[in-house]
Ligand binder design. Structure first.
Ligand SMILES: Nc1ncnc2c1ncn2[C@@H]1O[C@H](COP(=O)(O)OP(=O)(O)OP(=O)(O)O)[C@@H](O)[C@H]1O
Length: 338
C-alpha cells in the first residue's frame, strides 16, 4: 500500500519557485488499481515520480506499507525503490538488447547471478505471455509486446507497487484492453498495488478500482470508480459514462436523467415506471455497464406527461432521478459538454 499525505511539490529556487502539486492526498491499497487522471500539465508525472521515490516532496509524507519513507537518506531510499516497479511508455526498452536481456537488466544491477537471472527472466516472460519472443529485439516486437516486456522488466525485483505512467498511450484499443487485462491479472495473482497514471477515461473505466482527478496540481475529485459512476453530481462520473445524445421529444414530454445508485436496481425498471405512471416511457440515450460485476449506468428517459411520483419511484428502485427543467436547455448543456 502506498499513501501520499499532504504532499506539496515546488520546483526552482525559493524566490522564483513554481508549485506543481498542492496538498495532495492519495492512496492506493494492496491489491488495488488506483488511477490518477488529469489533463496535460496537471502534475501527474510529478506525482508518479514522487510515488516511485524518484523525487522528494517539498512538504508532506510518503508511506509505504505504513512506513514513512520520505525522510530516508539517499542510500536507504535506494533500497526502498526496489519495492516499486515502474512501467513507462513502450519506447523505454533498450534497442540493442533482446526482450530477455531487457527484462534481465534490473536483476543484473541488483547483482543476481546468471543462473537465477535466467530462470527469473523465463518466468517473467511467461507471465506476460512472451515466452517465445525472448530473443527478439524491441524493433521486432509490436507495440503491445514491447509494453509487455516493459511490464515483465518492472516486475523483475518483485515489487509491491507498480507505477504505470501512460503505459497504454499510443496503443490501439484492443492492445490497450489486453494490457489492462494483464494489469488486472497481476493485481489479482500477485496482490500488487498498481498506480495508473493516465489521461484516458476509457482506461479508468476499464480497470481502475479507485480514481483521483488532478487539475492544476490539486485533487478535485477522488473515490471508488463505482461510487463516482453512481453519483449524479460527480463530474468525473459523467465523464466516465457520458451522455452525448441529441434530445428530440414532443413538447409535453418530461425528461429525466437517471443514474444507477445501487446493486439492486430491477432490470425492468423502465417497464415498472411505465406501469406505475400510466405514461409511455422513451429511452433517449444511455449507457449501462457492469463494472466489476456491479451495475452502473446513466440513462436519459422521456415520460410522456407529468406525474408527481416519478422521482420517488426511481429512488425506491435504487436510481437517482433528476428532472430536466426543459429539453432545450438540456440539449445546450450537453452540446457544450461534448
Ligand atoms: N523539474 C521541473 N522543473 C520545473 N517545472 C516542472 C518540472 N517538472 C515539471 N514541471 C512543471 O510541472 C507541471 C506539471 O508537470 P507534469 O509533467 O507533472 O504534468 P503531467 O500531468 O504529467 O502532464 P503530461 O500529461 O503532459 O505529461 C508542468 O507545468 C511542468 O512544466
Amino acid at each position: 500500500m502506498i499513501e501520499v499525505r499532504s504532499v506539496t511539490k515546488r520546483f526552482g529556487k525559493k524566490s522564483s519557485s513554481v508549485e506543481v502539486l498542492h496538498d495532495i492526498d492519495f492512496s492506493a491499497g494492496t491489491g488495488q488499481i488506483a488511477a490518477v487522471i488529469g489533463q496535460s500539465g496537471a502534475g501527474k508525472t510529478t506525482l508518479s515520480r514522487i510515488i516511485s521515490l524518484l523525487e522528494r516532496p517539498s512538504e508532506g509524507r510518503i508511506l509505504l506499507d505504513g512506513v514513512d519513507v520520505s525522510g530516508l537518506s539517499e542510500r536507504r531510499l535506494r533500497d526502498q525503490r526496489r519495492a516499486i516497479g515502474t512501467i513507462f511508455q513502450a519506447s523505454s526498452l533498450l534497442a540493442r538488447r533482446t526482450a530477455a536481456e531487457n527484462v534481465a537488466l534490473p536483476l543484473e544491477f541488483a547483482g543476481v547471478g546468471r543462473t537465477e537471472r535466467r530462470a527469473r527472466v523465463e518466468e517473467l516472460l511467461g507471465r506476460v505471455g512472451l515466452s517465445d519472443k525472448a530473443d527478439l529485439y524491441p524493433r521486432q516486437l509490436s507495440g503491445g509486446q514491447r509494453q509487455r516486456v516493459g511490464i515483465a522488466r518492472s516486475l523483475a525485483l518483485a515489487p509491491k507497487v507498480l507505477v504505470s505512467d501512460e503505459a497504454t498511450s499510443g496503443l490501439d484499443p484492443s492492445t490497450t484492453r489486453s494490457i489492462l487485462a494483464l494489469l488486472r491479472e497481476l493485481r489479482d495473482d500477485l496482490g500488487l498495488t498498481i498506480v495508473l497514471i493516465t489521461h484516458e477515461m476509457d482506461v479508468v473505466r476499464q480497470v481502475a478500482d479507485v480514481v483521483t482527478v488532478l487539475d492544476a496540481g490539486r485533487v478535485v475529485e477522488s473515490g471508488p470508480v463505482i461510487e463516482l459512476l453512481r453519483d449524479p453530481r460527480s463530474e468525473l462520473g459523467v465523464g466516465l459514462l457520458p451522455d452525448r445524445s441529441h434530445i428530440t421529444t414532443a413538447d409535453r414530454d418530461v425528461l429525466w436523467h437517471v443514474t444507477y445508485g445501487s446493486d439492486t436496481v430491477p432490470t425492468n425498471w423502465i417497464e415498472l415506471l411505465g406501469k406505475a405512471t400510466g405514461w409511455s416511457i422513451g429511452v433517449l440515450s444511455g449507457t449501462v455497464e457492469s463494472v466489476g460485476g456491479r451495475p452502473a449506468g446513466r440513462v436519459t428517459i422521456s415520460v410522456a406527461g407529468e406525474h408527481p411520483s416519478v422521482g420517488d419511484l426511481l429512488s425506491s428502485w435504487g436510481l437517482h432521478g433528476t428532472r430536466v427543467e426543459n429539453a432545450t436547455s438540456a440539449r445546450t448543456t450537453e452540446e457544450a459538454a461534448a
